[in-house]
Write a protein that binds this ligand. Structure first.
Ligand code: SF4
Length: 339
């Protein structure tokens, strides 16, 4: 996707201020080691060339089957994993090669993550108060009364009774714990939140409450989200634009309406055929497309189009030539030889 408006990949300044995040050919490969000497014998291409841009205040959904690399992508975006290659521009600065100290000094507090399992990510020995105070202390933000005010504000934002402040994580329900995870992410007034399967562990009714809370917070605070999930229905509720990932690559990227009503990529079509979703007015009912075989290993991805081993529309060319990821209609990008 040739979408960047920057001087060059080493430049720290880009000119397109509409975009808060620009990802350019991002890769994360994990080495595979073997033998007594633990020699490198290959690599797992968990993320293999992602490019997309995120506008300030919008929500990008990243969807795909388990093992497609979407969680690795989220962790690489926030530099929890070191990128193998590619660039990540956040508010115009290339953060992909920044040192940890520079990251901490400049952008760490502006990008926060909300994880799938709030219980695992909350220290069971800390009260709600100390969980929320910790990021303020680490980043030396707010003092004295300001901190108390900030705590009150956070509790109010996520709908918590201030009397809960001295309770421990095990005293809360799953939905409440995810509210704590969100409050903690908001402590430092971030611009961007990467939510990785943030509602997947919750019951459907609680999922809806958390999604609505996230939408309200986005409106009130001007937040930008990258929302990662395997669940197409959840992604549809929250996203403005959606990227569909398969074996470390984005297969299709488009406004939500295009993805759900007129998917172009055979993989997106197959995924959507398995879930009840709205169709374009007058469109014929979707036929269920059963994909053959399992997801191939990212340690040994298929040649050509990585989807060709399961694609119902594959031709001889598909196993040889990598399809270009290109804009086939306005804002609608697809990696497929059919377009
Ligand atoms: Fe299917 Fe070929 Fe398109 Fe890949 S490039 S999605 S194999 S038709």
């Amino acid at each position: 996707m040739s979408t960047l408006t920057k001087k060059d990949s080493n430049s720290s300044i880009i000119t397109d201020s509409d975009y808060i995040l620009e990802v350019n050919d991002l890769k994360k490969h994990f080495p595979v080691k073997a033998g007594i000497l633990q020699r490198n014998v290959g690599s797992v291409k968990a993320v293999d060339g992602l490019s997309f841009k995120v506008k300030k205040g919008e929500t990008i959904g990243i969807v795909g089957e388990s093992g497609c690399g979407k969680s690795t992508a989220g962790r690489t975006l926030i530099r929890l994993y070191e990128p193998t290659a590619g660039d990540i521009f956040f508010k115009g600065r290339n953060i992909s090669k920044m040192s940890e100290s520079e990251l901490r000094r400049t952008v760490r507090k502006d990008i926060q993550m909300v994880f799938q399992d709030p219980y695992a990510s909350l220290n069971p020995r800390k009260t709600l108060k100390s969980i929320l105070l910790e990021p303020m202390k680490t980043h030396n933000m707010y003092k004295g009364k300001e901190r108390e005010d900030k705590l009150d504000e956070l509790l109010d934002r996520v709908g918590f009774n201030p009397l809960f402040i001295n309770r421990y994580p095990h005293e809360f329900s799953g939905g409440q714990r995810q509210r704590i995870g969100i409050a903690r992410a908001l402590t430092l007034n971030p611009d961007l939140i990467i939510a990785d399967e943030a509602v997947s562990a919750l019951d459907v009714s609680i999922q809806a409450q958390i999604i609505n809370l996230m939408k309200d917070l986005q409106e009130e605070m001007g937040l930008t989200y990258v929302f990662i999930s395997h669940d197409l229905s959840v992604v549809r509720h929250i996203s403005d634009r959606v990227g569909v990932m398969y074996l470390g690559k984005i297969m299709e990227f488009a406004p939500k309406k295009d993805i759900y009503e007129e998917p172009l990529h055979p993989y997106t079509q197959a995924l959507l055929s398995a879930v009840p979703t709205p169709r374009k007015k007058g469109a014929a009912p979707r036929e269920r497309i059963i994909l053959k075989g399992d997801l191939p290993s990212p340690a040994n991805p298929p040649t050509g189009c990585v989807f060709h081993t399961r694609c119902p529309a594959a031709t001889a060319m598909c196993s040889e030539k990598v399809p270009e990821f290109r804009e086939v209609k306005k804002d609608h990008f697809v990696a497929c030889h059919l377009y």
